[in-house]
Design a protein around this ligand. Structure first.
Ligand SMILES: *Cc1c(COP(=O)(O)O)cnc(C)c1O
Length: 413
């Protein structure tokens, strides 16, 4: 008889977004006349930029002629894209990087989820709380999480609370983790770490031989000078960190699929005999075995966003979302609510007023303002008492949502 991977049975069905949808639909059925503004959208909504579209059209035509046809490409990604990444995302910021430290993929979800393949099952994992659920769930699948406790925490995972009390800056843990997931600018809180604050973690990882898994999917939303775009801006980070990037939020590639992971050659980890082994070598081996590369068409589109036109066009789209985020942030403050994030990220994180729970406040916003958010408690125990709104709706709907919120909350204060 064959057996399944029991770790999968430990995972609860992902209930957050289905429960949000269920409550919205139930409300609509009871109140068919109301127009609900969805501020929980976790996907981009603006179309791809012209430079990427043109590059894709041309790449499709390449596939129509035997002299320009591309079959299997390099598992690590085409040199034209790896070199553009090195040039524009690293060397332009004063970071030395080689193209063979870049691994192009179909996105950051796959890579953040698959990286555990090359890491020991016995490693202790730390995550910030609240958190992007992929880091936790993939470690449950990989057997690193232990059991789910009644408080909503996994017994073997070290939780690093990030709340208004600590200014959304995770404190160093008392128990030393082997793997530390950090995501900045953060999903779901929309907050950032300064260079100084990130350096604390790099220094800690160096001192304790821990590995930092740094997800910078929202890097392109950064507008503040003291917020690092890459963890490799911090001295010594190449010895302790893997960085994940994605073109999804950067350039609207959620449906095109392309991202990349940086595994520096200076990064080494101990095997069970204590010998130091190159992670770049292991990840390359893993990718060559399990992955046949992102599509030629996606990679041509990704390379086009590094052209002068592509850069300008993607910047305009990100600025559109950032304007929405600012409308949200300022409007919520004006309504007397406590709000975080939203300046270098497409998310604002609201403290629910009057001790209401995340779900209670979700229902209040839905019922009184006809605005739907995402309950913070769905992202981890320390998300309780918060709700997330996103900047991915239209500018007009964002303004309308804020007007409704101000009408209800602005007058009660
Ligand atoms: C959206 C998102 C990603 C990107 O995932 P892709 O697979 O590249 O689309 C990665 N990490 C976080 C935290 C995200 O929110």
């Amino acid at each position: 008889m064959f057996h399944i991977n029991d770790n999968f049975t430990l995972l609860a069905e992902s209930y957050l977004f289905s429960e949000v949808a269920r409550r919205i639909n139930a409300y609509k059925e009871a109140h068919p006349e109301v127009d609900i503004i969805r501020m929980g959208i976790g996907d981009v909504t603006r179309p791809l930029c012209k430079a990427a579209i043109e590059a894709m059209h041309k790449a499709v035509d390449d596939q129509a002629d035997s002299s320009t046809f591309h079959g299997y490409g390099p598992e690590q990604g085409y040199a034209f894209l790896r070199e553009a990444i090195v040039e524009h995302d690293y060397r332009a910021r004063g970071i030395d990087m080689d193209a063979d430290e870049i691994f192009v993929s179909d996105g950051a979800k796959s890579d953040t989820g698959n990286i555990g393949d090359i890491l020991a099952r016995g490693n202790r994992v730390a995550v910030t709380d609240p958190v992007y659920p992929v880091y936790v769930d993939t470690n449950v699948m990989g057997g690193r999480a232990g059991m789910l406790d009644t408080d909503g925490c996994w017994s073997n995972i070290i939780y690093l609370p990030v709340t208004a009390e600590n200014g959304f800056v995770p404190a160093l843990p008392s128990e030393v983790p082997d793997m530390i997931y950090l995501c900045y600018p953060n999903n779901p809180t929309g907050t950032t770490l300064t260079r100084e604050q990130l350096k604390v973690w790099v220094d800690y990882a160096r001192a304790h031989h821990s590995l930092i898994l740094f997800d910078s999917a929202y890097e392109t939303f950064i507008r503040q000078d003291d917020v690092p775009h890459s963890i490799y801006e911090i001295e010594g980070a190449k010895e302790v960190a893997i960085e994940f990037r994605s073109f999804s939020k950067t350039a609207g590639f959620t449906g095109v699929r392309c991202g990349y992971t940086v595994v520096p050659k200076a990064l080494k980890g101990a095997d069970s005999k204590g010998e130091m082994v190159s992670l770049n070598h292991l990840w390359n081996r893993r990718q060559c075995t399990k992955f046949n590369g992102a599509s030629y068409i996606s990679q041509r589109a990704a390379a086009a966003i590094y052209t002068p036109e592509g850069k300008q066009q993607t910047r305009e789209t990100v600025d559109y979302y950032l304007r929405n985020a600012e409308v949200l942030r300022q409007g919520l403050l004006d309504a007397g609510l406590e709000v975080f994030g939203g300046t270098n990220a497409p998310y604002v994180w609201i403290k629910t007023p009057d001790e209401t729970t995340s779900w209670e406040f979700f229902d209040i916003l839905l019922d009184r303002c006809h605005v739907a958010g995402t309950p913070g408690s769905g992202f981890g125990p320390s998300g309780e008492g918060y709700i997330r709104l996103t900047a991915f709706n239209t500018y007009e709907n964002t303004v309308e949502a804020i007007n409704r919120i101000k009408k209800v909350f602005g007058t009660s204060k």
